[in-house]
Design a protein around this ligand. Structure first.
Ligand code: C5P
Length: 421
């Protein structure tokens, strides 16, 4: 993924420095070459030895160290980097970079480099909100530096607000995108993917996809024709938007996008258990699976035999749990999105389902058309949600499921952020 990309990871002083150990591991795992530069403040939180072990390279700490300069000097280091990533970027480092100071190795490298510089701010919420820091952030963006985050939430000091450093997985995804952009956006499709950048950084999206299989006996089951393509395309779009993605998939013939956490399941009940097992860490839940409404009341232990003379066989079915409705009424309820596959009065039935299942959004599609929907590569949908008690709808153009998924993720992310989850 990041094969041979040379990343200079700058670490400044902040409690989030410990997360950069995991970030280093993720970057190395993705194939990057990583060299670490630590400020003096950073070394109060974590030792250079940790990063030396993780990166496989000596850690650079001093600007005027004759021994280090004899190895890879600071100008050489600045030229070596394809990308400079500062994570965490403290308020102090941001201020020094804004002023163009070169009073330690890290700031000197940023002045001397022609590589893109990415900053992951991490600080107390009041420090982040301070007009000085806000002005510095704006000025750094004007220099062409890219800010990754910060995230909102609980802080090490007990405060709640903006200023948390993004989680290592989210940072790794954004660094990956920056590396790809540096290599030039090959075509419009890449540009569309790039436009999703960071929309869901630091968020976890859980998606159900594909059909379920309900066992009749050890060799037979009841299922449907769902291909899983829509759910998998949504998973890929959510990944491109910087989210961590859990993909809970029934049996399908397609490959999961690289980077998702795939949870393979068979039956509706397994899909429900898997969904509930990740609900506490899920910010957005998208139910794209075609779940069997009914299952055999009991699956036979042995293969059922054909009985001579018995022309009819009655299977006793019982209703399966409704996964998306269960998630939507859970006390740790994430932002919940469902699908409504209908053959008539599509929007009316979908609107009814939106309310009945207590969803935040519903994606309605007409499955009576054979050119789109089930098992097809194309889809046309209408998104519905409620705003101030009124029903609102949006219909992206019919498109390949991959492109449509990007539109849907954009729309879902925008609603999600409006609702301030
Ligand atoms: O009620 P209906 O099956 O049409 O609802 C469709 C929506 O509900 C889809 O989002 C589907 O994934 C979800 N669903 C579910 N569990 C079920 C049935 C449907 O999560 N047992």
């Amino acid at each position: 993924m990041l094969a041979k990309v040379r990343i200079l990871l700058g670490i400044s002083g902040g409690i989030a420095a410990y997360k950069s150990a995991e970030l280093t591991r993720l970057l190395i795992k993705a194939g990057a070459e990583v060299r670490v530069v630590m400020t003096e403040g950073a070394q109060a939180f974590i030792t250079p030895l940790t990063f030396q072990a993780l990166s496989g390279n000596p850690v650079h700490t001093h600007l005027l160290d004759p021994e280090a300069e004899a190895g890879m000097g600071h100008i050489e280091l600045a030229k070596w980097a394809d990308l400079i990533v500062i994570a965490p970027a403290s308020a102090d480092v941001m201020a020094r970079l804004t002023a163009g100071m070169a009073d330690d190795l890290l700031t000197t490298l940023c002045l001397a480099t022609e590589a893109k510089v990415l900053l992951a701010p991490a600080m107390n919420q009041a420090m982040w909100r301070h007009p000085a820091t806000q002005r510095n952030a704006q000025q750094l963006e004007a220099y062409g530096y890219q800010l990754l985050g910060p995230d909102q939430g609980e802080q090490a000091c007990g405060d709640v607000g903006p200023g948390r450093m993004l989680e290592p997985e989210a940072l790794a995804a954004l660094i990956h995108q920056a590396a790809e952009e540096k290599n030039g956006l090959a075509n419009i499709a890449d540009q569309q993917v790039a436009s999703l950048r960071g929309l869901l950084a630091g968020k976890t999206v859980t998606i159900t996809a594909g059909p379920t299989r309900e066992a009749v006996d050890p060799v037979r089951y009841i299922s449907n024709h769902s291909s899983g393509k829509m759910g998998f395309a949504l998973a890929e779009a959510a990944l491109n938007a910087g989210a961590k993605v859990n993909l809970i998939a029934g049996p399908v013939q397609i490959k999961a996008p690289e980077g998702v956490d795939l949870i393979p399941v068979q039956s509706a009940r397994e899909m429900l258990d898997a969904s509930l097992s990740v609900i506490a860490s899920t910010d957005i839940f998208i139910a794209a699976a075609a779940v069997a409404d009914y299952r055999p009341a009991s699956a036979a232990d042995q293969k059922m035999k054909k009985q001579p003379g018995q022309n009819d066989l009655v299977l006793h079915l019982v209703q399966n749990p409704d996964i998306v409705a269960t998630v939507a009424k859970h006390e740790e309820r994430p932002f919940t999105v469902g699908f409504a596959a209908e053959t008539q009065d599509v929007e009316a039935y979908a609107a009814d389902k939106l309310v009945r299942k207590n969803l935040d959004m519903i994606i309605a599609n007409d499955v009576s058309r054979t050119d789109i929907g089930f098992n097809s590569d194309q889809n046309a949908v209408t998104l519905l949600w409620q705003e101030d008690g009124a029903l609102v709808s949006e219909s992206p153009e019919q498109a390949a499921k991959q492109d449509l998924a990007q539109d849907l993720v954009r729309c879902i992310a925008s609603r999600f952020h409006q609702e301030k989850h």
